[in-house]
Each structure stands twice: as C-alpha cells, then as structure tokens.
Design a protein around this ligand. Structure first.
Ligand code: GNR
Ligand code: NI
Length: 179
C-alpha cells in the first residue's frame, strides 16, 4: 500500500506525453496497485500515471458506487468515438475546480490488462467520459484545456495562490514557526 503524490496544474510535468509500456511486469503491477490506493484515498474515480509523475501509459478507473470495480488500462487506444455529451468534470490535478466539458458519449477502446493481455471494451456515460479524461492525461492534456483562455487563466491564478499559501504553511511548520 502506497499513496503517491499528485501533481497539480499548472505543473509542466502534467504536459508530458507518456511512453507506452513495453512489458507488463511486476513493477507495472505494483505501480497500478499504488495508483489504485492513491485514487481511492483521494478520493477520485480515475487516475493516470502522468498525474503521479510516472512516464508510462497506465490508467486506473473505478466509477462504481461501492468502489469495488477497479479497471486497469495499459496503453489504452480509442478505436471509435460516438455521440456528444456534456458532463461536469473535476480533476485531482486541478483541485476544487468543476466545469462542464463536451466529450463523446460512447467509445470503443483497446488496451492491455494487468497481465499484459490485450482486450477491447465499450463504455458510455461516466465511464466513457472518465476514460477520455484519463487518456488525455497520458497525452499531456487537461480538462481545463477545453475551457476559455480567460477561465483557464483564472483557474491557474487561483491554484498558484493556493500553492504559495500551502508552501508557506509547510515552511513555517518545518521551521517550527507559528503563523
Ligand atoms: O475523480 C474524478 N472525477 C471526474 C469527474 C468527472 C469527469 C472526470 C473525472 S476524473 C477525476 C479524477 C482524475 O483527475 N482523473 O484524472
Ligand atoms: Ni484528471
């Protein structure tokens, strides 16, 4: 069990385009387990390796109510997109921000499972939105990229301010100062 640190917008490392996984070995399975722990703890319904600063095309998702249906996608590829839907999205890398984004509402995809076996699946609704959101992360893309420049700038300013405050508090704590 390990909880990994999650990068926050506008960290440039979130813009990295992740490398395909060449061999699904124990170290990749360990990464997926740590990502699941981190996602459930956050809590979130998905997490991409890019968000925990790992340069691999690996994603974990669980959109179930009971949080008992983990899905691991390695090297996911969209085969087909259909329809349009609007959903309010959030992102663990953009904490506290929720905005409506338009995406396909039905997708088909191919990926490797945690044993390295290729499989295909279809998804719609929240699962389809979440998979597209996670594959975007692997391509260095964030949901705020679909918003207007004005909204994105405001979000960046707000998060930068919060991050300055958080690091001031951390500095004070580590030097035993009271602020
Ligand atoms: O927890 C999350 N919720 C969410 C809600 C609507 C659309 C996408 C998501 S994914 C997000 C977790 C996350 O940041 N994954 O990258
Ligand atoms: Ni996200």
């Amino acid at each position: 069990m390990a909880i990994l640190g999650i990068l926050h917008f506008p960290d440039p490392r979130l813009r990295n385009v992740a490398q395909p996984v060449t061999t699904v070995d124990d170290s990749v399975r360990q990464l997926l387990d740590d990502m699941l722990d981190t996602m459930y703890e956050a809590p979130g319904i998905g997490l991409a390796a890019t968000q925990v600063n790992v340069d691999k095309r690996a994603v974990v998702i669980d959109v179930s109510e009971e949080k008992d249906q983990p899905l691991c996608l390695i090297n996911p590829e969209i085969l087909d997109l259909e329809g349009v839907e609007e959903m309010e999205e959030g992102c663990l890398s953009v904490p506290g921000v929720y905005e409506v984004v338009q995406r396909a509402d039905h997708i088909r995809l191919r990926a490797l499972d945690r044993n390295g076996q290729p499989f295909e699946m279809q998804a719609d609704g929240l699962m389809a939105v979440c998979i597209q959101h996670e594959i975007d992360h692997l391509d260095g893309k964030l949901f705020v990229d679909y918003l207007s420049q004005l909204k994105r700038t405001r979000i960046r300013n707000k998060l930068e301010k919060e991050q300055r405050q958080t690091s001031t508090v951390a500095d004070a704590r580590s030097s035993h100062r009271v602020i």
